[in-house]
Design a protein around this ligand. Structure first.
Ligand SMILES: CC(C)(COP(=O)(O)OP(=O)(O)OC[C@H]1O[C@@H](n2cnc3c(N)ncnc32)[C@H](O)[C@@H]1OP(=O)(O)O)[C@@H](O)C(=O)NCCC(=O)NCCS
Length: 185
């Protein structure tokens, strides 16, 4: 049984699932001189903002309302991005929990001075929590993976989820142990 299947809430009726393709989004942006770092290539923070924007749009679409970034992990920068490059940020829901969703993002760059196909320059995984008007987490529709690739991404997202929870638990236990032993930070 998957974790998703085990978190049914008896107090609220089941929410119908939504296919991955219903919320998949691409955000495209041309890089300018305003986006550069001291080396003249595009600042990583500019890419991270685009990643968060695209993932947020997907999370909002999938959950049918506001969703906030809970965490961002495994942001990888694979190749430099340059001024003039047309950057495409492709995002989709990989996995859903009770109130949270993992969104996977791939960043591609079309080089302004090359006719080659777009190069993958980055990737990231973000967790969004759907929230109500008071900022409290609300339930999300289960994502329905459609292709074998969607299914693989969903399985990999569950592995990341397990690791995130285990890491958080281990750190909390360490802190409690140190506090109990009288260590002060
Ligand atoms: C994210 C937030 C809504 C979680 O609220 P909370 O009271 O801790 O609620 P919960 O513990 O029930 O967590 C809600 C869901 O988010 C997930 N979650 C919370 N913190 C998380 C984290 N750091 N990483 C991954 N998932 C997380 C929980 O696992 C849970 O998922 P599930 O329901 O699918 O099992 C709250 O911490 C928040 O509002 N944070 C600020 C968000 C924000 O402002 N983002 C913009 C960046 S500045």
């Amino acid at each position: 049984m998957t974790e998703q299947a085990s978190v049914a809430d008896p107090e609220t009726p089941d929410i119908p699932g939504k296919p991955t393709s219903a919320s998949r989004t691409t955000l495209s942006h041309i890089m300018t001189h305003n986006d550069t770092n001291l080396l003249g290539t595009v600042h990583g923070g500019v890419i991270m903002k685009l990643v968060d924007d695209a993932a947020g749009a997907v999370a909002g679409r999938h959950s049918g309302g506001p969703a906030v970034t809970a965490s961002m992990d495994e942001m990888a920068f694979l190749e430099p991005v340059r001024v003039g490059d047309l950057v495409h940020v492709k995002a989709q829901v990989n996995w859903t929990g009770r109130t949270s969703m993992e969104v996977g993002v791939r960043v591609l760059a079309e080089r302004w001075n090359e006719s080659a196909p777009a190069t993958q320059v980055g990737s990231a995984y973000l967790v969004f929590a759907a929230v109500d008007a008071d900022g409290k987490p609300r339930r999300v529709p289960p994502v329905l993976p459609e292709t074998e690739r969607d299914k693989r991404r969903c399985q990999e997202a569950q592995i990341r989820r397990t690791h995130r929870l285990a890491r958080r638990r281990a750190i909390m236990e360490l802190r409690e142990r140190r506090a109990a032993e009288g260590f002060e930070d």
